[in-house]
Design a protein around this ligand. Structure first.
Ligand code: G6Q
Length: 551
């Protein structure tokens, strides 16, 4: 067994040697020695301006990383995805979220059949339905207009719509409010239902499988709430629609066929916001804006396929993750949007990256001997600056961070936005430059610090710097720019999966959780387990819970 993916020996060894050369090189010095560094390592991808120049890279690094991608067959694998080949090997499925936003409408074949007519038919159905609701033509059971939409879903059937609807708040209409329920914790749905009237509420039950315990439990609770209050089973038809690939299960739930929005097994949950799973987005911002989102993603799809590798933003961002994770020992990576409306982007990307690339076997089923997916975390700036940035600046860990900001806000508080952007730039600059012990000492002396504390304070107040950041700017957070941004990350994830030789499109760990919870439910209800069925800790906790709950 080798310690690197198949076919990459030469490229891997070259990168390892190169890392040793670069280990003590400061990015700040690289800028000193190259007045074209910023131009060299920054690029346009759709509306996004992506600056990689504050990373620990040289032209040689890029050359070697691209050689690694080539050795791992990136181009062929990318073509295979766009052509609809079954690159999700464990599930034996195509991976075609790119077809959902294929605005050029060129045929994409799955098992010899063009999927575009079906994609377009569902889009048209979404347009018709959402338009009718938004115009007030679709009425509730008692004839009232719909004022509130509740998306019930979890994981991939929740995080995307929630992130996008929140990000595009300026495009939403005051006449329709969107709510999200995901957690099976009864507090979640209770809180949402408490503020709603059944007469004017529409539930969108989003579940690819339509068997997910959390979603089904929440959907049944919502259904009971509605039927009890409107005193008729018939009300369900006007207040529930479903988004699913499992039409039989939807019918069992009692939702009529014309109120079902279909998608297909070649759409992975965490890649599904472009499909009918985006219905709550269409309801919130309207069909035209949703199409702009799709167009933005399509533009990045083209960029990923066609751009010169040296200016291919998703390709290079994916490879940077490999560079830090496999050669610098970085374990995590931060996503730091300087935009309050992107507050769900870190959790959205956390799922996208970690569920896709948190894998420990390669495509042949062999255990990998190299690091795979990074831990992704983050939250909006500037809040994080007053919390965990301390560790980014002075901690002992290397944490590459992406800083993301729109140049123009939607509000009129220009002064706020100036301050926000100043913080963005100040942080990325400080993370790179740091402050040496000598500089700190000189500063402290000038400030008149007591001589007996100079050593201690200059140590504590100096910053190592050389902490890598990527800056992503866009003119404004429009649907189109957001589509660019999400697809940028999707293709970075894809790139990493190809390099690591893993299946980025299955999610066995998620499925394990689904099985385990179902198995234990009976025992939680009973407050006890049969002897020998669990380890002593789990059996003990079950019994203790049973006592606390009087079972
Ligand atoms: C995503 C995962 C997972 C999934 C949820 C919900 O890629 O598979 O997060 O989206 O478990 O599944 P359903 O849509 O089937 O309810």
């Amino acid at each position: 067994m080798t310690d690197h993916p198949k076919g990459s020996t030469e490229a891997w060894e070259a990168l390892r040697a190169h890392q040793r050369q670069l280990e003590n090189v400061r990015v700040a010095d690289l800028f000193e020695g190259d007045d074209k560094r910023f131009e060299r390592f920054s690029m346009q991808a759709g509306e996004l301006f992506v600056d990689l120049s504050k990373n620990r890279i040289t032209q040689e690094t890029v050359k070697l990383l691209l050689a690694l991608a080539e050795a791992r067959g990136l181009a062929a694998r990318r073509r295979a995805m766009f052509e609809g080949q079954r690159i999700n090997t464990t599930e034996d499925r195509a991976v075609l979220h790119v077809a959902l936003r294929n605005r050029s409408n060129t045929p994409i074949l799955v098992n010899g059949k063009d999927v575009m007519p079906d994609v377009n038919a569902v889009l048209a159905q979404m347009e018709r339905f959402a338009g009718a609701v938004r115009r007030g033509e679709w009425r509730g059971h008692t004839g009232e207009r719909i004022t509130d939409v509740v998306n019930i879903g979890i994981g991939g059937s929740h995080l995307g719509p929630q992130m996008v609807v929140t990000a595009l708040k300026p495009y939403t209409t005051a006449a329709l409010t969107t709510h999200f329920v995901s957690n099976v914790d009864g507090a979640a749905i209770s809180e949402v239902l408490a503020g709603l009237r059944p007469e004017s509420t529409l539930f969108v039950v989003s579940s690819k499988t339509f068997t997910t315990q959390e979603t089904m439990t929440n959907a049944h609770t919502a259904r009971r709430w509605l039927v009890e209050r409107l005193k008729s089973d018939k009300a369900v038809a006007r207040h529930f629609v479903a988004v699913s690939t499992n039409l039989a299960k939807v019918a069992e739930f009692g939702i009529e066929r014309q109120n079902v929005f279909a998608f297909w097994d070649w759409v992975g949950g965490r890649y599904s916001l472009w499909s009918a799973i985006g219905l709550s987005i269409v309801l919130a911002v309207g069909y035209e804006r949703f199409v702009e989102l799709l167009e933005g993603a399509h533009e990045l799809d083209r960029h990923f396929q066609d751009a010169d590798p040296n200016r291919n933003a998703p390709l290079l961002m994916g490879l940077l993750g490999v560079w830090y994770g496999n050669f610098f020992g970085a374990e995590s990576s931060a996503v730091l949007p300087y935009d309050e409306s992107l507050r769900y982007l870190p959790s959205y990307l956390q799922q996208a990256f970690m569920e896709s690339n948190g894998k420990d076997v390669d495509l042949a089923g062999e255990r990998v001997a190299w690091q795979t997916g990074a831990i992704i975390w983050g939250s909006p700036g500037t809040d994080g600056q007053h919390a965990y940035y301390q560790l980014l600046h002075q901690g002992t860990k290397l944490i590459p961070a992406d800083f993301i900001a729109p140049a123009r806000p939607f509000h009129a508080l220009t002064e706020h936005h100036d301050i926000l952007l100043a913080n963005f730039l100040a942080q990325t600059e400080a993370l790179m430059l740091g402050r040496t012990r000598a500089q700190t000492r000189a500063m402290l002396e000038e400030q008149g610090a007591p001589a007996d504390r100079l050593e201690l304070l200059s140590a504590a107040k100096s910053f190592p710097g050389n902490r890598p950041t990527t800056s992503i700017l866009m003119p404004q957070l429009t649907p189109h720019a957001l589509g660019n941004l999400i697809a940028l990350y999707e293709h970075a994830i894809f790139t990493q999966g190809v390099v690591w030789d893993i299946d980025s499109f299955d999610q066995m760990g998620v499925e394990l959780g689904k099985e385990l919870a179902t198995n234990l439910l009976g025992e939680v209800r009973a407050g006890a387990s049969a002897p020998g069925t669990h380890d002593a800790s789990t059996a003990g906790l079950l019994a203790h819970l049973g006592q606390l709950r009087g079972r």
